[in-house]
Design a protein around this ligand. Structure first.
Ligand code: GTP
Ligand code: MG
Length: 460
């Protein structure tokens, strides 16, 4: 690391989650060149380790008036550059709850006008500006704090350990090598043998494959982090609401044998196999002139568009017919879909048309027969079976820049194919490298920084 950029202000915030009656300890974090001095003003201690770096010592927070204390605390000092932000950092470990920790924070803020309350993400922003972490590591910290399941937390932690940075830098180095060769040719063409276009295209193809693999993985990772939204679609009376209740293990939706029972959308959030899933029950689709039902059916089509995954349900008793075919044709081709033939208990398996069986899950929802198979199918279709291959989570910002880089590389193919001027290759490669640098934060604008760190919580 080159040098620590210490901004004028010292910042302070409560860094732990606080709530009444929960959590025995609350932590106030202070970072900046006035952090140690300011804390000295409010702490009374007899410890022989007092104010030494990377030592925990015991003391009291003094009230403004003499001989009165607000709290009994443990203090941890981490002197620059060996701290999270790279600046001098002090952590005050107070008693939990809300009242005392806020009182200590208020006391700290009032003792020195150069100490102010931190903005959301400002500690991480300072860590980034001081080269302690790159942008992807900072974003992964935020992702870890917001993780709702163990797999999402694992992915986030691998980002904190620099896995995203490693993958991006690996691709970037490939492109830099290509760029060096091309730029040298632009400058000293006469000293080189003819450019081997085939070799170049082969190398770029490999780089493109690496990027495509990252993008493909990202979709699966997004299911782990953000969850899968699954819409239950089909004609009336086929068992959509019964399936919602079965998966939720609760009577969330009304089930009757009257077609058109569900009029409005019902959504239930569940965690199945450690993966967050939003199950969306919808109104059954049929021709109707009834106003409320029509609105419900319109919403069903809306939910098809919004969801990641469609479970299309039909009744085996009635058979898969033209109406079902028509509805399925309305489902966009990019959606993941599974077809479920329900009410297996009402039919003799021998009477099922063998075409119907292909790619169809047979279930008896009412008798809880086939649930495991359905869940396994969803997980497999979302590509979540091979989780061991997935070790990073890419957010929208990373994906946009990766796609931009991919499009730069596709353009270099076009340049070669159309025998366009050689130096255009170098322009595209430079742009591609720049797009990758944006991911790790080597290509930064103020606006981008503000945008990223404002999504953090205060104290991080
Ligand atoms: N025999 C049998 N009946 C079932 C099965 N699953 C659901 N049913 C019955 O089918 C009827 C309709 O079920 P629902 O779950 O309300 O169907 P739906 O698709 O939500 O219907 P709408 O809300 O009208 O669109 C109810 O009487 C259920 O008990 C099954 O596996 N076997
Ligand atoms: Mg229903």
């Amino acid at each position: 690391m080159d040098s620590i950029v210490t901004t004028e202000d010292t910042i302070a915030a409560i860094a732990s989650a606080i709530s009444i009656g929960k959590g025995g300890v609350a932590i106030i974090r202070v970072s900046g060149k006035d952090s140690i001095n300011s804390c000295k003003k409010i702490v009374q201690t007899k410890s022989k380790y007092a104010w030494e770096s990377h030592r925990v010592f015991y003391g009291f927070i003094k009230e403004n008036k003499q001989n009165k204390f607000i709290d009994e605390v443990l203090i941890l000092v981490m002197k620059s550059p060996n701290s999270f932000t790279g600046e001098d950092v002090v952590e005050l470990h107070c008693h939990g709850g809300i009242i005392i920790v806020n009182k200590v924070l208020k006391r700290l803020l009032s003792c020195n006008s150069r100490v102010r309350l931190a903005n959301p993400g400002e500690f991480s922003q300072r860590a980034f500006l001081n080269g302690k972490i790159d942008l992807t590591q900072a974003e992964s910290i935020n992702q870890l704090i917001n993780a709702s399941n163990t797999r999402s937390a694992e992915l986030a932690f691998s980002g904190i350990q620099g896995e995203i940075k490693k993958k991006i830098n690996d691709i970037k180095n490939d492109l830099i090598n290509q760029l060096c060769e091309i730029e040298a040719r632009v400058d000293f063409e006469e000293d080189f043998t003819d450019f081997d276009y085939t070799k170049y295209l082969k190398k770029i193809k490999k780089v493109k494959e690496k990027i495509e693999l990252l993008i493909e993985n990202a979709k699966r990772n997004s299911y782990i982090h953000n969850g899968i939204s699954i819409a239950l679609i089909g004609k009336t009376n086929v068992g959509k609401s019964s399936l919602l209740n079965l998966l939720a293990k609760k009577e969330k939706a009304i089930v009757t044998n009257i077609p058109g029972t569900t009029r409005d959308v019902i959504e239930v959030n569940l965690t199945i196999n450690d993966i967050p899933m939003k199950i969306i029950d919808t109104a059954g689709i049929r021709e109707t002139h009834e106003q409320i039902e029509s609105i419900g059916i319109k919403k069903s089509f809306g939910k098809i568009k919004e969801s990641d995954f469609i479970i299309y349900i039909y009744s085996l008793e009635e058979g898969f017919n033209e109406e079902d075919k028509k509805i399925i044709e309305e489902i966009p081709k990019d959606k993941l879909i599974t077809i479920l033939g329900n009410k297996k208990d009402l039919i003799d398996r021998k009477n099922i048309n063998s075409n119907e069986l292909k790619n169809t899950i047979l279930m008896s929802i009412k008798h809880n027969d086939g649930e495991r198979l359905l869940i396994d199918t969803i997980i497999k279709k979302c590509g979540l079976k091979q989780v061991e291959n997935i070790n990073i989570f890419l957010n929208e910002r990373h994906l946009t820049n990766l796609s931009a880089c991919l499009s730069n590389l596709n353009d270099t193919d076009e340049i070669i194919k159309n025998k366009l001027p050689f130096d255009l290759l170098s322009i595209e490669l430079r742009d591609g490298i720049q797009n990758l640098s944006k991911i790790t934060g080597q290509e930064l604008t103020e606006e981008l920084l503000d945008n990223i760190f404002s999504k953090f919580c205060i104290g991080k």
